[in-house]
Design a protein. Structure first.
Length: 408
C-alpha cells in the first residue's frame, strides 16, 4: 500500500515536470537553430536575443505591448482548448476572428451614441455571437453530415476573408476617403473603444477580458457538467453515445464556444487598436495578425489547459513584439523573424509526441512512477496521444447504433 501511495506521488511530480520541461527544451533547440541562422547572416545572436528580450519584457511599455499582442492569442487558444478537449479540431480561428470583428463593427455603427458602459459589452457580445455562429456551422456539418471539420474550418476562413474584402469594397467603406477607396471603415464610435487600464501604457481592457475568458474556459471544462460531457465525448464518442449523451449536439457546442472566443478576439483587435477601424488592407492576415493560427500553438504549448494557455500566449506575444526589436537591432530581413517564429512553432508542436511518450514511460510498470488506475477520471485524456486518437476517425465513419442516441 505504501508503495502504491509513493507511486502516485512520484507520478504526480513527474507529469507536470515533463509537461513543462519538454516544451522548454523544444524552445531552447529552436533558439539554437535561430542562432545558427543569424550567424550565417553575419549577425551576433547574443545581441539579437538580448534585443528580443528587451523589446518584449524590458520595461512596463514593452510588457504592455506584449500583453496586448498576447490577448488575441489567449482568446483563440482558450477556444482551441475547448474544441480539442471535445475531440474536434478547430483550424477556423482566422475566419471566426474576422466574422466576430464584422459583427462587433456593425453593432458600433448601428449604436454610435450609446454610452460606453453599454456599448463596450455589446460589441464584445456581438463579436462572440458572430464567431460562435461561424464556428457552429462546421460543427453542424461534422455532427450531422460527417464533413471533416479540418477541411470545413479552413474553407470557412477563406469565405470570411473574402466576405470582409467584399464589405470593405463599398458597404462599410469610409465614405470620407474620397475617390481613392481604402479598405477600412470610418473611425468607429469612441464609446466602443476598450478603456485603457491605469498607468502610462497602451494596456487596455481587452487583456483583462482575455484572462477572464481563460478562467471561464477552465470553469466550463473542469468545473461544470457541460464540461464533463464535452471531455467525455472527446475521450470516447462511442462510449458517450451509448451512455445517452448528446454527442452531435456536444460537437456543435464545442465549436460554437471555440468560435465565440475567437470572435471576442476579433472585437478586441478592432476596438483595442490604435486606429479603431475594421481594416482589410494587407489582406485578412494583416488584420488578424495570424492570431487564429498562433493561438493553436499557444494552446498546444499550454497542454490544452485554459489557465496554462495564459503564460503560453504571453510567451508568443513576446516573440511577436521582441521579434520587431531584434530585426531593428540587427537589420536582418523580416523574413528571418518569421522563420524564427516558425521554427519555434515547429519544435513546440513536434515536442508533443515526445511529451506523451515520456509521460507514458513514467507511468509504466518498472519505472517507479506507476500510476494507480482506480482514481483516474475517464473523461480526461491522459496524453495528447489519446486526444489525437479520438479526433483521428476517418471522415464519415459512424459508430454502431446505440439504444439511446440522445442527439436531438
Amino acid at each position: 500500500m505504501r508503495a502504491d501511495v509513493g507511486s502516485i506521488r512520484s507520478s504526480a511530480l513527474v507529469r507536470p515536470f515533463v509537461a513543462l520541461a519538454v516544451p522548454l527544451a523544444a524552445v531552447a533547440v529552436a533558439f539554437t537553430i535561430g542562432a545558427i541562422m543569424l550567424l550565417a547572416l553575419g549577425a551576433n545572436p547574443i545581441t539579437g536575443y538580448a534585443a528580443l528580450l528587451d523589446g518584449a519584457f524590458g520595461g512596463w511599455n514593452e510588457l504592455a505591448d506584449t500583453a496586448i499582442k498576447s490577448a488575441p492569442l489567449l482568446l483563440v487558444g482558450v477556444g482551441i482548448c475547448i474544441a480539442f478537449r471535445a475531440g474536434v479540431i478547430n483550424i477556423g480561428g482566422e475566419g471566426q476572428i474576422i466574422v466576430g470583428a464584422i459583427f462587433s463593427t456593425v453593432v458600433a455603427l448601428a449604436l454610435p451614441e450609446l454610452p460606453r458602459v453599454f456599448l463596450v459589452p455589446l460589441v464584445l457580445i456581438g463579436g462572440a455571437i458572430g464567431g460562435g455562429i461561424w464556428g457552429a456551422i462546421p460543427g453542424a456539418l461534422k455532427a450531422y453530415a460527417g464533413v471533416n471539420e479540418i477541411l470545413s474550418t479552413i474553407m470557412m476562413n477563406i469565405i470570411a476573408a473574402q466576405f470582409l474584402s467584399f464589405l470593405l469594397q463599398d458597404l462599410l467603406t469610409d465614405k470620407a476617403s474620397g475617390a481613392i477607396k481604402i479598405q477600412q471603415t470610418e473611425r468607429l464610435s469612441e464609446n466602443a473603444d476598450l478603456p485603457l487600464l491605469p498607468g502610462d501604457t497602451r494596456l487596455h481592457l481587452g487583456v483583462v477580458i482575455a484572462v477572464l475568458v481563460a478562467v471561464l474556459g477552465y470553469v466550463l471544462l473542469f468545473r461544470s457538467a457541460l464540461g464533463v460531457r464535452l471531455r467525455a465525448v472527446g475521450h470516447n464518442a462511442n462510449a458517450s453515445r451509448y451512455a445517452g449523451m448528446p454527442v452531435k449536439r456536444s460537437i456543435v457546442q464545442a465549436l460554437a464556444f471555440s468560435g465565440a472566443c475567437a470572435g471576442i478576439a476579433g472585437a478586441v483587435l478592432v476596438f483595442g487598436s490604435e486606429s479603431h477601424r475594421l481594416i482589410a488592407e494587407g489582406g485578412a492576415s494583416g488584420f488578424t495578425q495570424s492570431a487564429g493560427f498562433n493561438g493553436i500553438v499557444a494552446a498546444l504549448f499550454g497542454s490544452l489547459h485554459p489557465l496554462a494557455t495564459i503564460p503560453a500566449s504571453f510567451f508568443f506575444g513576446g516573440m511577436l513584439t521582441g521579434g520587431i526589436a531584434l530585426q531593428q537591432e540587427l537589420q536582418v530581413p523580416a523574413a528571418l523573424i518569421v522563420a524564427l517564429n516558425g521554427i519555434v512553432v515547429l519544435f513546440v508542436v513536434s515536442s508533443l509526441k515526445l511529451r506523451s511518450r515520456l509521460t507514458a514511460w513514467a507511468e509504466s510498470p518498472g519505472t517507479g512512477f506507476t500510476q494507480v488506475e482506480t482514481d483516474h477520471d475517464p473523461t480526461v485524456p491522459r496524453t495528447e496521444d489519446s486526444l489525437l486518437a479520438s479526433t483521428a476517425r476517418p471522415p464519415g465513419s459512424s459508430a454502431p447504433s446505440a439504444p439511446h442516441e440522445g442527439d436531438a
